[in-house]
Write a protein that binds this ligand. Structure first.
Ligand code: ADP
Ligand code: MG
Length: 412
């Protein structure tokens, strides 16, 4: 069974109907102001399309991890403000998610208007393990949309969650796949089913535990797998037995077969694994820390000996990775090469990002921090083939897992 799409819904006609849209508006906030607004910009087209077709558009979304109760720190108010700056359509805001204020605001909504409900995770039923509880919240959300209501899931970044507003709601209202979800799935299908070769996967970020299943799943599919970021140290210690100083390490994974067997797995599939050859070792975890470039096999041989910690890949590695990317026809990149938030340790991430922009092949950036990094480093989004809005969701898809929010829409 294939999922019904937004176009199917528009063809049925939405004028005067209330359409509940689950969007992914989970953006970084600092001091109540939206930082990287990529997810907001990616969500607006579907909302505006529905509004233009005369729907009353109700938007439900989460922000951060409030503990199932209202908390002003996680209010969607700053997000509504940013949406209003970015959109031609006025975005109204409800004070709560399904209670009295939301009902009143939803009832007052006119065709062509957008109403953003308050953070759906303020309600403990949203993320509850109890099917009954989630189903009840989904029912409350569906009631806001009324008898002629419809549901559109456009929250790609949340489709790996079995939550009320993502999963259970699809059983309460006629459900449709939003354009953003459709576009993201299309790209992921290309990456897993028919990538043009050579296909290179670049993985970085902080934790091996987050990415090891993806690495294992992509080794059989890719021609090359490049490894950078904080992950390097656990792997270098476990596989090569190198000293890594005070660098990031996941001790419990050092003897894990998924880590120690990585090269063997790659060999079986004739997949090339590229490790960095040099790293930037710093005296401490700080933007102004003293630092120097050292070979991967002797990271403890510098000024700060075994006290040093690695915060970026070195220039030789960056050049090696860039050359591999340059000869690839498909590149999937997830996870920064270093602590890009600090200028001194952003060079590796910048080099990989630049290599993607210069590649004539199809390039995909996945992962919240990676997407934020390319924008923070001043790259133009249009220079990449696709920048995904979903971190965990893309990774779970690439791991071969089912995505509850997609399954609920009846998508194959
Ligand atoms: P994404 O969100 O793109 O999937 P991750 O969340 O896995 O990426 O990782 C991003 C984080 O990894 C960044 O905050 C970055 O500072 C951190 N990181 C990268 N390299 C290192 C390193 N060598 N040591 C510590 N942290 C690192
Ligand atoms: Mg992240």
């Amino acid at each position: 069974m294939t999922a019904s799409t937004l176009d199917d819904l528009l063809a049925e006609g939405v004028s005067g109907r209330t359409v509940l849209v689950r969007s992914d508006l989970n953006v970084p906030l600092s001091q109540g102001v939206v930082g990287d607004d990529g997810r907001i910009r990616a969500s607006l087209p579907v909302l505006e399309k529905l509004a233009a077709a005369g729907a009353k558009v109700l938007v439900t979304a989460h922000l951060g991890r409030p503990k199932g109760e209202p908390n002003p720190e996680f209010s969607l108010a700053p997000v509504a403000a940013r949406m209003n700056e970015l959109s031609r359509v006025t975005v109204k805001r409800a004070e709560d998610l399904v209670a009295a204020a939301a009902q009143a605001s939803a009832e007052a909504l006119e065709p062509g208007e957008i109403l953003l409900l308050e953070n759906v995770r303020f309600d403990p039923r949203e993320t509850s393990k109890d099917d009954e509880a989630r189903s009840e919240l989904a029912g409350d959300l569906a009631d806001l949309a009324g008898t002629s209501g419809a549901f559109v899931n456009d929250a790609f970044g949340a489709v790996h969650r079995k939550h009320a507003s993502v999963f259970d709601i699809a059983a309460k209202l006629p459900a449709y796949q939003g354009d953003l979800v459709a576009a993201e799935l299309e790209v992921l299908k290309t990456l897993t089913q028919s990538p043009e070769r050579p296909y290179t996967v670049v993985l970085g970020g902080s934790k091996v535990s987050d990415k090891i299943a993806v690495i294992e799943n992509l080794i059989p599919k890719a021609d090359s797998v490049i490894i950078g970021g904080g992950m390097v140290f656990t792997l270098a210690k476990a596989i090569m037995g190198y000293g890594i100083g005070k660098s990031l390490v996941e001790t419990d994974l050092l003897t894990d077969e998924s880590v120690t067997g990585l090269l063997e797995l790659a060999k079986r599939h004739s997949t090339k694994i590229l490790f960095p050859t040099d790293m930037v070792m710093a005296s401490r975890f700080a933007a102004d820390a003293e630092h120097e470039v050292l070979p991967l096999e002797s990271l403890e041989s510098g000024t700060h000996g075994a006290e040093a910690l690695g915060l970026d890949i070195g220039p030789e590695s960056a050049a090696l990775f860039a050359a591999e990317i340059a000869r690839s026809k498909t590149v999937f990149w997830n996870g920064p090469m270093g602590v890009f938030e600090m200028e001194a340790f952003a060079k590796g991430t910048e080099a990989v990002a630049r290599a993607l922009t210069e590649s004539p092949g199809f390039t995909v950036v996945g992962g919240g921090d990676s997407a934020a990094a390319v924008r923070a480093l001043g790259f133009d989004e249009s220079e990449f083939g696709h920048i995904s809005t979903g971190g965990g969701a893309s990774l779970e898809y690439l791991e071969g897992k089912n995505l509850p929010g997609i399954d609920a829409l009846g998508a194959a």
